[in-house]
Design a binder for this molecule. Structure first.
Ligand code: GLA
Length: 434
């Protein structure tokens, strides 16, 4: 239930505040956004599907033909991405993770797909994926081996970039296992970035460089943004609430270092969406979708599109939530405050709109009400002097017009999130409709 109370203030007072605060809103932590990798890609966060969390390194096509990492799995997903509305919703990149390779390079030093599991090779798979209007992603590693022990790209950066381009690959996830020093890590990530650009093919470059740096040294995000289209910062997502919470906690504790690094062309990557699997309750799935939208995260689902509930599908295909994730302003949101087991997150959007997510972190009891003062949102400029508020999640509901001085009361389920969109309106128009 939503209630609202209003106090009237003079228009001058409101406009004065609005101007001062609007300036502040433009400089969240005062750090100018650095130049992005200049390949023209990922102007909004990448959307697609990535096999790792759901299918991992299942090599056993004898025992589990439908779940092993094989061309059949990707062809089936490609078909479903088109027939079940995923492509139309924006999910475009179908991405292979680790364990696609044969254990050895070929006689010319090129990586090759496992011949039993990918009998047609990656080029034929890429052609198939392209014929569906989708793009293909692949995986390799900056070090001597991939995390699962397949051949690494160290010493082969140019050959591997050219091989991927020749096959028609559109995205490279470049992992950081088995790299012996910070210098090699930086050299390898930069070198592969150049090598991909040298091929002349448009290939989104997804890095894990900062994740592997953090234990040893604070990453330089200005530099990382110049080489990568997105970058993982933190541990692998698992199919559990514990994992999603830990990613949110890491992101908010480090937001002053990472939020300003994000923008068109380069994004922080909190890892895959695990919505539609086994480990998250409905409310927790809502939380992941809402917060990944606020974090301007790449939306890479890892689930089984052959077996997914209509509810999870509708959540993943929610066009209003996707519009927040894909907002062209390209500013990442942040946690505004926490207390009493609630967290308030917000994200500035284009046209002076804002997204606000209110998360109930309490894991006991029932829905709890939370009342928020509108003036405390959006650095004081959201909803000033008035705005139209729409609740997008857990269900879509128009909440009506609110003034800057008003308060909004909402109810949030345990581990759930209420996602709101605040659209600026002019005062006269809003008054006539109140
Ligand atoms: C690392 C990455 C994961 C996945 C696995 C594959 O753990 O962080 O996302 O790619 O390797 O082995």
């Amino acid at each position: 239930m939503i209630t609202v109370t209003m106090q009237l203030r003079s228009r001058e007072q409101q406009l004065g505040c609005a101007l001062a605060l609007r300036f502040l809103a433009l400089v969240p932590w005062g750090i100018p956004r650095a130049r992005a990798l200049d390949n023209g890609l990922a102007m909004t966060p990448t959307m697609g599907w990535l096999h790792w969390e759901r299918f991992m390194c299942n090599l056993d096509c004898q025992e589990e033909p439908d779940f092993c990492i094989s061309e059949q799995l990707f062809m089936q997903m490609a078909e479903l991405m088109v027939s079940d509305g995923w492509k139309d919703a924006g999910y475009e990149y179908l991405c292979i993770d680790d364990c696609w390779m044969a254990p050895q390079r070929d006689s010319k030093g090129r990586l090759q797909a496992d011949p039993q599991r990918f009998p047609g090779g990656i080029r034929r798979l890429a052609n198939y994926v392209h014929s569906k209007g989708l793009k293909l992603g692949i995986y390799a590693d900056v070090g001597n081996k991939t995390c699962a022990g397949f051949p690494g790209s160290f010493g082969y950066y140019d050959i591997d970039a050219q091989t991927f381009a020749d096959w028609g690959v559109d995205l490279l996830k470049f992992d950081g296992c088995y790299c012996d020093s910070l210098e090699h890590l930086a050299y390898g990530y930069k070198r592969m970035s150049f090598a991909l650009n040298q091929t002349g093919r448009s290939i989104v470059y997804s890095c894990e460089w900062p994740l592997y740096m953090w234990p040893l040294q604070k990453p330089n995000y200005t530099e990382i943004r110049q080489y990568c289209n997105h970058w993982r910062n933190f541990a692998d997502v698992y199919d559990s609430w514990q994992s999603v919470k830990s990613i949110l906690d890491w992101t908010s504790s480090n937001q002053e270092s990472i939020v300003d690094a994000a923008g068109p062309g380069g994004w922080n990557d909190p890892d895959m969406l695990v919505i539609g699997n086994f480990g998250l309750s409905w409310n927790q799935q809502v939380t992941q979708m809402a917060l990944w939208a606020i974090m301007a995260a790449p939306l890479l689902m890892s689930n089984d599109l052959r077996h997914i509930s209509p509810q999870a599908k509708a959540l993943l295909q929610d066009k209003d939530v996707i519009a927040i994730n894909q907002d062209p302003l390209g500013k990442q949101g942040y946690r505004l405050r926490k207390g009493n087991n609630f967290e308030v997150w917000e994200r500035p959007l284009s046209d002076l709109a804002w997204a606000v997510g209110i998360l109930n972190r309490q894991e006991i009891g029932g829905p709890r009400s939370f009342t928020i003062s509108i003036a405390s949102l959006g650095r004081g400029v959201a909803c000033n002097p008035a705005c139209l508020i729409t609740q997008l999640l857990p269900v879509k509901r128009e909440l009506g017009f609110y003034e800057w001085t008003s308060r909004l009361k909402t109810q949030i389920n345990p581990t759930g999130t209420v996602l709101l969109r605040l659209e600026e309106t002019n005062q006269d128009a809003s008054k006539s409709l109140l």
